[in-house]
Write a protein that binds this ligand. Structure first.
Ligand SMILES: Cc1cc2nc3c(=O)[nH]c(=O)nc-3n(C[C@H](O)[C@H](O)[C@H](O)COP(=O)(O)O)c2cc1C
Length: 285
């Protein structure tokens, strides 16, 4: 989770029997570790397996090179499980399979799942409409029904924050569950208290979706700051986002800007971009 995944949180999830996932930009840019040293620090906190998130963005060769370099380092450090998100995972699968690892890809609907399957991924992270981060449009059940014939392991992502909701998703047919929001309001997560309080105090109705942060729909707690900024970019940017040839350029610019803004949220307790999914209500029970 950018910018929430500090190394101690990743390690404690693995140590507790889950599979903690390193977000490389979070580890390096937000928490200040050299990537290899950060992995080694996490490995000093747990001997259990850990994974890595690879965010695919092909519009900048410098970014692509960095992500590929980090992937190589992760493989050298013995990481064998990768979750790719956003673009086509072809290069990730090639690199990881060559070392005997596994790649699961984030998908929000059938068309992305087909692309991921064609790239030979090992499983699908089915990101539903309750998820934090880049949420999908479909509810968990519908997404499961759409993807169940893919003969790939399916992981439910979105809306799980209790044993009951976890069990419910496994009963529905999912093979596993991926959680995000619930881990932010924990002692192990190093975000400011104001972020944790915002999560604990919010209701599902407080979640809004903004295109104005990363250029892709992001789930946020509605704050006066988010309202002031607006949820939709101006018409020129919207036009650019609608053009296949221009949208990657805009998204790359938005991504860089959002990295800075989101880092400020957790480091300086300044801008109130509290990313969270709809699992919130469960925390109050
Ligand atoms: C603050 C936050 C940041 C996230 N950042 C990422 C990310 O960098 N990469 C990614 O693949 N998913 C990201 N996600 C999505 C999570 O990996 C996960 O799919 C999602 O949180 C599951 O839904 P839940 O929040 O309802 O548990 C993020 C989620 C949150 C809440």
């Amino acid at each position: 989770m950018y910018p929430c995944s500090n190394p101690e949180l990743v390690a404690s999830i693995s140590e507790s029997g889950g599979l903690g996932i390193i977000q490389p930009i979070s580890l390096t840019y937000v928490y200040g570790y050299d990537f290899r040293e950060g992995i080694q620090y996490i490995k000093s906190l747990t001997s259990k397996p850990i994974g890595m998130n690879i965010l695919i963005e092909n519009s900048s060769s410098a970014y692509l090179n960095k992500m590929q370099e980090w992937t190589d380092i992760a493989l050298e450090e013995g990481i064998m499980f990768f979750i790719s998100s956003l673009g086509k995972p072809d290069w990730v699968v090639k690199k990881v399979h060559a070392k005997g690892g596994k790649v699961y890809h984030d998908v929000t609907e059938l068309k992305w799942a087909k692309i991921a399957k064609d790239a030979n991924v090992d499983g699908l992270i089915c990101v539903n409409s309750s998820a934090g981060g880049h949420a999908g449009d479909l509810e968990a059940r519908q997404l499961f029904l759409d993807l169940k014939d893919f003969s790939l392991p399916l992981v439910c992502a979105g809306g799980v924050g209790s044993k009951e909701s976890f069990d419910k998703m496994l009963k529905l047919g999912f093979d596993a569950v991926q959680m995000g929001t619930r881990f932010i309001a924990s002692d192990e997560c190093k975000v400011p208290l104001s972020y944790k309080k915002a999560i604990v105090n919010a209701n599902k109705g407080d979640i809004v979706y903004s295109l104005n942060l990363t250029g892709v729909k992001v789930s946020l707690i509605n704050t006066p700051y988010v309202q002031k900024l607006g949820l939709v970019p101006n018409t020129f940017i919207l036009w650019m986002l609608s053009k296949a040839s221009l949208k990657h350029l805009v998204r790359f610019f938005y991504m860089l800007r959002s990295l800075i803004r989101l880092k400020a949220t957790v480091k300086e307790d300044k801008d109130k971009f509290f990313q969270a999914g709809k699992v919130l209500k469960v925390l109050k029970v």
